[in-house]
Design a protein around this ligand. Sequence first.
Ligand code: SF4
Ligand code: SF4
Length: 509
Amino acid sequence: MKLWRFNGGLPSLAEHKNESVNLPIECSNVPSKLVYPLRQHIGNAATPLVTVGDKVLRGQKIADAQGLISAPIHAGSSGVVTSLEDHLIPHPSGFSAPSITIETDGLDTEITHTPCDDFRRLSVAKLVALIREAGIVGLGGAAFPTAIKLDNQSKARHIETLILNGAECEPYISCDDRLLKERAERVLQGVEILLHMLGAKQAIIAIEDNVPDTFKSIQSALANNANRAITAVQIPTIYPTGGEKQLIKTLTGKEVPSGNIPADIGIVSINVGTVHAIQQAVIDGKPLTSRIITVTGEGVNTPHNLEVRIGTPISTLIEVCSGYTHAAERLIMGGPMMGFALLNDEIPVVKATNCILVASKHEAVTEKLAMPCIRCGLCASACPANLLPQQLYWFSRSEQFEKAENLNLFDCIECGCCDVVCPSHIPLVQHFRYAKSALKVQNHEKHLSDIARERFEAREARIAKDKAERAERSRKKKAALKGKPAKEEIDAAISRSKAKKQTNTESKS
Ligand code: SF4
Ligand code: SF4
């Protein structure tokens, strides 16, 4: 299969997958408490369906989607709801946010699931609803509600190609790699469900060429699969080849235009972990309550991949990995390139958590003293999104956010390539994150002020209309009065008539 090369990227990023990839996936134990932030996906926070004191079962829906871009949340084990209040969340801001806490009872009692023997008997609309109801979001880290990506029929979009993203380009993360090694058949079943739903002609499973064993596992699973529309392809290991637009370019040569989504050019791209979750939801009837996470770094004694209940405190994961080493310096959620530091290990695993990196001093990216930009242009050459990081930096730093937006700031995938190559050690991505947040706040405020202005203008128009109607009524009344004889005239006419009558009477007599 012909492959293309996206611009920029880092072909020689040091690998650290071997530390975690060699041990099989271990199922983590049930922790004594599970914490569920209500916003753990892109879009609106979920609305709680439980209150303090409620007993819940594993798989029970405890918070419902609010609006189209949202996802429900399900309990990861049985127990009692002990609080509905703010809890520290895994977010670069270090903020707390509304969360549901469940004290588990150790019984792990599950709700009854309804498995499906033949997904082809279900309509696409039913499958979309099922995936939405299972709370599935992109498990590659984006956490975008998956059902929206798959609901192409209602949008009358035609999908040609389904891409299964198994390209784990962050140096330390190996959870998708282990998943494909151990559960290739299940992933393939998920791919068949997606082909059925999207009506795509082909499905391409993309795997980087630095994990040849994983590629072999998929190939042998494909040899036993009758569906010839599914192929596996090895792609060059270039960071960030797992980025959606970069992977599409690599496999198809197509560019997703700025402001568009892959479906606009007939492509849907889904992470392989998400495909596995879809298989479990459709075939086993189980909602998303757990996921596979890489726990790695020089700061843990036994780095490996764990299947973890969403809501589990990170401290539990560290215990399963035989505890911290003396080298543990910093907790990072995600990889060293795109991850962010966590305040402590009581923060829970959320749907987007694909890696916990317990970094040692030399693994943690330490900020160096930033020097002035020397306009070398290295950042632009390294940018896989074809942006101009130097200009974006100037506009972000000088708070000319609209100018940064006009230079497609929102196409920045925050991959950090520009940071790595910048000889002046300028923390470019930090500036871009700040500018994006500021623009989101500005846009939100503008949206609110637009609504207020529209309401004011509507009120003004209503008042003007009422005034005009009143004036019109008054004008008509006057016109009507003008048409009638005045009272004096009527009185004079009556007097004249009476006088005439009297004259007639007198002349007769
Ligand atoms: S790499 Fe750094 S120094 Fe060079 S142009 Fe970009 S921001 Fe400036
Ligand atoms: S962080 Fe953004 S601007 Fe920098 S290289 Fe990546 S996509 Fe380009």
